[in-house]
Ligand binder design. Sequence first.
Ligand SMILES: [Zn+2]
Length: 153
Amino acid sequence: MPIPPSHHSVRLLRCNSVTSILRLVAEGVSKVLGVKGRAVELRMKNLPRNVYALHLLGTNIIVLNEEALHRLSEELSGDRALINSYTYFILLHEYLHLLGIVDEAQVYKYAYKICKELLGRYHPATLLSMHGPPAPPPRALKSLLKMQMLFHL
Ligand SMILES: [Zn+2]
């Protein structure tokens, strides 16, 4: 059976901006955790190289590392499906912090639940949330996917 166009994963694949991915994240969190959506202020800054994003505690601000996001596209060879998956993973993580979940392991637990339910068990974003903390780097994504495929042969 083909995946319907309304499916979360199809919609994620079609996103062409960070803002549209964030909208999908907020919708997904509300759907799975049953919490009300929160307004988010996105800011772009240059942060340390290994930091993709951060949430300023006690605010509704998520800061994204502009330079790292550019690099992400190169590291994932411009593959839209992987870039959007990684961006979803990052934004979901920070959004969960923004909702008041401070503990890293707890954030990963919720992220995994949300990704698994909405995107499917073998989706790249699900695999990422399964393999942290700490967050697997983008270059790990391809090998995680390969491992997953070998595992299911
Ligand atoms: Zn965190």
